[in-house]
Design a protein around this ligand. Structure first.
Ligand code: DUC
Ligand code: ZN
Length: 576
């Protein structure tokens, strides 16, 4: 067996353990074929020396928004996937969004394929955002029920199985995302139940954005009518209780229908404890996702009044060098940190997210990369700019500012640093082990979203998607241009997205992906980037990434099927 590539002297991390140092990973074509202490080298075998460094599976970022119509200044596929690669990701799962005007999902999927085709640096797939779950989509039973109601017909035969089934069987799209908030996408409980029943039947993974829309609507209306419009009121308008209530409700809907769910971007202690209780006491298949911004950032960011937003007003993120403290005052600066759910107020809120990571409540950490530029006529500053320029008389408010943060490139360096250097989180209680880092950022999302056996692990048969980090020996001070002074401060200049800020400006990290391999090819080489300048480390090209037809996802937590409390055995079968 001639190997094409060997990564030697690696310290391999899996989702369960750190393997003994000094192993070699043998790669043939696009696949890992062997792991051993030593592997045979032929004249054509290329060797990369990891120099003892950690090698982890390529990141699987399972929640990213690219080329979305509601974020015209956000990343499209080229810049978003490029940024993903440079931050150690080899697979991203983005969204194909059904608008309320779209009856069928097929044109939606065609459109999103066209947006991504030939543009992605990394492998990718789509989740479907379902905002109009009509009979087309859910199939015969819903179509029949609708007819029964409307025309009192009870014996119509309809063999339409619904588009979701076809999405799974023919398109390789095996997950949906449902919103409980946002007027344009929000589903009522009955619609959620119908979609859940169908997803359970066809084996789709159900992601849910859980916030109570009416609570948010009422508070927002009242805030705006009393001129509380500044970005800091965004966090007031979406209190924890809105997340907590919706979380409890969606767990109930999932329990009733025996449908596994994943609650995305969890941020609140009480919501997390509902998830924890469901998982541990009732053994329910409730998965939870969080994002680095809910682990590292607080709502004081929304009250910022200076630009560039550099974090130097925050005790937990010291000023990077070269930042001028006398920046111009900008009342809108905090809008850069508007996202939903919002950043929470207190250290104890952040701690509850870290605790949920440690105790196993959290199954996945994604970026929820959903950026908009700040200084752009259609970006985060739009409401203020348009008002000040007289283009509109609508008062600028948090409520008409696009939601979402950039984070696709910083997710893995921040979390890897936290896992290898406790001083990064400046707290003894905010801890992450390396195997857990791998599980939550790569292995679990791959398994949950139908990529097990291909992505998310370092083992023979898997795609050779790998991140080689810097070894300790390379992280000393100043021995030539390729040797950084670690830790380094994140600056927006070093990132590869198309966004004019990062919420993590000034955060110190102790490592960064040195090499990233996609299916056996080195596509990112940070040594070159550091030596030769911005963009020079990118060896991949748009179009390297392929669309992944995915299998049905695995349930990683609890088990589906148990009767809800108070229901008699078999009772549910009478309607299920
Ligand atoms: N919240 C969302 O629900 N979607 C994208 C961005 C955000 O902050
Ligand atoms: Zn999102």
């Amino acid at each position: 067996m001639d190997l094409d590539l060997i990564i030697k002297n690696a310290t391999i991390v899996t989702s369960t353990e750190v393997l003994p140092p000094g192993l070699s990973i043998g790669i043939q074509g696009s696949k890992i074929v062997a792991i051993a202490l030593s592997l045979p080298c032929s004249p054509s075998t290329r060797v990369i020396d990891a120099e003892g460094a950690y090698v982890t599976p390529g990141g699987v970022d399972s929640h990213v928004h690219l080329h979305q119509d509601n974020a015209p200044t956000g990343d499209k596929w080229l810049s978003g996937s490029r940024s993903a690669l440079c931050g150690g990701n080899t697979t991203i799962l983005a969204f194909a969004t059904q608008q309320r005007t779209d009856e069928s999902l097929f044109p939606v999927v065609r459109d999103y394929h066209a947006r991504a085709a030939g543009q992605s640096f990394v492998d990718y797939g789509f989740h479907l955002i379902v905002s109009r779950p009509g009979p087309h989509i859910l199939g015969g039973r819903v179509a029949r029920e609708k007819m029964d109601k409307e025309a009192n017909v009870d014996d119509s035969e309809d063999d339409n199985e619904g588009e979701l089934k076809t999405m799974v069987e023919q398109e390789g799209i095996t997950s949906v995302k449902l919103y409980m908030t946002y007027p344009a996408y929000r589903l009522g409980d009955r619609e959620m139940l119908d979609v859940m029943m169908k997803c359970r039947e066809v084996g789709m993974t159900v992601m849910v954005h859980a916030e109570n829309a009416d609570m948010i609507d009422m508070i927002t209306t009242r805030l705006l009518s009393s001129s509380h419009t500044q970005p800091k009121y965004h966090a007031v308008a979406r209190p924890q209780i809105a997340e907590t209530e919706a979380t409890y409700r969606v767990i109930s809907l999932s329990t009733l229908t025996a449908t596994p769910i994943l609650i995305v971007h969890m941020s609140s202690p009480a919501a997390l404890s509902h998830a924890r209780k469901a998982q541990s006491k009732q053994m329910l298949p409730i998965h939870a996702e969080t994002c680095p911004h809910y682990m590292f950032l607080k709502s004081d960011r929304l009250a910022a009044t200076s630009h560039p937003f550099d974090g130097h007003q925050h005790s937990d993120s010291p000023a990077p060098e070269g930042i001028d403290d006398n920046e111009q005052v900008d009342e809108w600066a905090g809008a850069r940190h508007i996202c939903a759910p919002p950043l929470r107020h207190d250290d104890k809120d952040l701690q509850s997210v870290w605790d949920a990571v440690t105790n196993g409540t959290i199954t996945v950490i994604s970026s929820d990369h959903a950026p908009s530029q700040y200084h752009n006529p259609l970006g985060k500053k739009k409401p203020l700019d348009e008002y000040e320029s007289g283009k509109t008389t609508v008062k600028p408010s948090f409520a008409n500012t696009p939601n979402g943060l950039p984070g696709i490139e910083t997710r893995l360096p921040l979390l890897f640093s936290a896992a290898t250097d406790p001083s990064v989180t400046s707290s003894a209680t905010r801890t992450l082990t390396l195997p857990k880092f791998v599980a939550l950022t790569s292995t679990n999302p791959a398994r949950m979203y139908g990529l097990a056996g291909r992505k998310g692990s370092i083992a023979p048969g898997y795609d050779a998607d790998l991140v080689v980090w810097y070894p300790t020996s390379r992280r000393g001070a100043g021995e030539g241009a390729s040797r950084d002074e670690w830790p380094i401060a994140i600056t927006n200049d070093m990132l590869h997205h198309s966004i004019d800020y990062t919420p993590f400006e000034g955060f110190r990290v102790t490592n960064w992906p040195r090499y990233v391999l996609l299916r056996g090819q080195v596509k990112w080489n940070r040594e070159l980037e550091v030596k030769q300048g911005p963009g020079q480390g990118i060896l991949g090209r748009p179009g390297d990434g392929v669309f992944l037809k995915r299998n049905k996802g695995e349930v990683l937590v609890g088990r589906a099927g148990g009767e809800p409390e108070g229901m008699r055995m078999g009772e549910r079968e009478s309607w299920m």
